[in-house]
Design a protein around this ligand. Structure first.
Ligand SMILES: *[C@@H]1O[C@H](CO)[C@@H](O)[C@H](O)[C@H]1NC(C)=O
Ligand SMILES: *[C@@H]1O[C@H](CO)[C@@H](O)[C@H](O)[C@H]1NC(C)=O
Ligand SMILES: *[C@@H]1O[C@H](CO)[C@@H](O)[C@H](O)[C@H]1NC(C)=O
Length: 313
């Protein structure tokens, strides 16, 4: 009985036996139990199946050591393992493609030697800085031959694009980019995000468009600005807010009043929100009530029309 053929139907989980009657032969499917981490599996098979042909007629008189006397426990290499050469009960991990410059350390897993890395078919190949598949190694990087592109996370080159397919794309053969869902080819031939109306691609995201821009604010939705702190929306623009209204001035920045022409800050209170009229030549016996306009104090009259000097009435 060739055990390696039978082993192809064993799996490394707790064993279950299911038997079916086919003509007068009992066919058994065993699901093996993986014994610790040796790669050895124990399964139960009908006693008759492990007897040599000339002894098969004695099967009925032989008690197997399985949970049922008609069955015996035998040890095999688990799926993913193979019997080591010259060592009947030593099972080693199997890498069917081989490992090239490395060793098979688990089923289908190669551990690569120094300066080797996993290549396109799972085998270990020479990588930078010793060499590059389909390219030349410069320093620690592979410079790929024309028509080849660097493999993701690996120091070798695969057939593919010379161009960059963008964050949402993958290079497929012949310099073509395949875009993943949510991305489409843009005019540069790379995969860019598909954005809803009113949004544009910025980096790898869709950002809203505010036609007029958002001075002193931030565009938070199409044509919708959110004003920066200290600013408030007025007639579609973010304007500074002054907690105390500006007298004879304009609110030019948050809580900053700038005096209108002809007005100056009151020197007695330069940080107030109030600007006072400025009379360039001063006012004699009068007060400056508007830019360059003096009003006489009580009991005085203007020396002449428009003068800044008042005399006793
Ligand atoms: C694993 O199981 C095998 C077979 O039962 C046994 O011979 C071996 O000593 C066990 N190894 C460990 C590390 O438990
Ligand atoms: C059970 O019987 C089989 C077949 O005779 C033998 O190879 C195996 O070593 C036995 N197992 C135990 C645990 O005795
Ligand atoms: C692979 O096995 C060989 C021989 O046992 C050993 O010299 C080498 O260091 C192993 N390589 C790795 C990466 O484990």
């Amino acid at each position: 009985m060739n055990l390696s053929i039978r082993s192809t139907i064993f799996f490394s989980v707790l064993f279950i036996i299911c038997s079916t009657e086919t003509s007068n032969l009992r066919v058994t499917r065993g699901i093996g139990l993986k014994l610790n981490n040796t790669g050895i599996c124990e399964i139960e098979v009908p006693v008759v199946s492990i007897l040599p042909p000339e002894l098969k007629h004695t099967a009925g008189s032989i008690r197997g050591n399985g949970t049922n006397p008609a069955y015996s426990k035998i040890k095999l290499c688990c799926t993913g393992y193979k019997q080591a050469a010259h060592s009947p009960f030593h099972c080693v991990p199997d890498c069917p493609n081989g490992c090239g410059l490395g060793n098979c350390t688990a089923p289908n897993v190669c551990s690569c030697n120094k300066h080797a890395g996993i290549g396109p078919d799972g085998k270990c190949i020479t990588v930078c800085p010793k060499g590059c598949l389909n390219g030349q190694c410069y320093g620690a990087f592979c410079n790929c031959n024309p028509g080849f592109t660097i493999a993701p996370n690996n120091n070798y080159c695969i057939k593919g694009c010379n161009k960059n397919c963008g964050p949402g794309g993958q290079c497929v053969a012949n310099n073509q980019c395949k875009c993943q869902t949510g991305y489409q080819l843009n005019s540069h031939g790379t995969c860019a995000m598909i954005c809803d109306n009113g949004y544009k691609v910025v980096g790898n995201a869709c950002e809203p468009i505010c036609g007029g821009g958002c001075v002193n604010g931030e565009c938070v939705a199409p044509n919708q600005c959110k004003c920066n702190p200290g600013y408030t929306m007025q007639l579609g623009a973010c304007v500074p807010k002054c907690v105390n209204p500006c007298y004879n001035g304009v609110c030019s920045a948050p809580n900053v009043c700038t005096c209108k022409q002809g007005y100056v800050k009151d020197n007695d209170n330069p940080r107030s929100n109030r600007c006072i009229a400025y009379c360039a030549h001063g006012c004699v016996n009068a007060v400056c009530s508007a830019p360059n306009f003096c009003i006489c104090k009580q009991g005085f009259r203007k020396e002449s029309k428009g003068s800044n000097v008042c005399v006793k009435a």
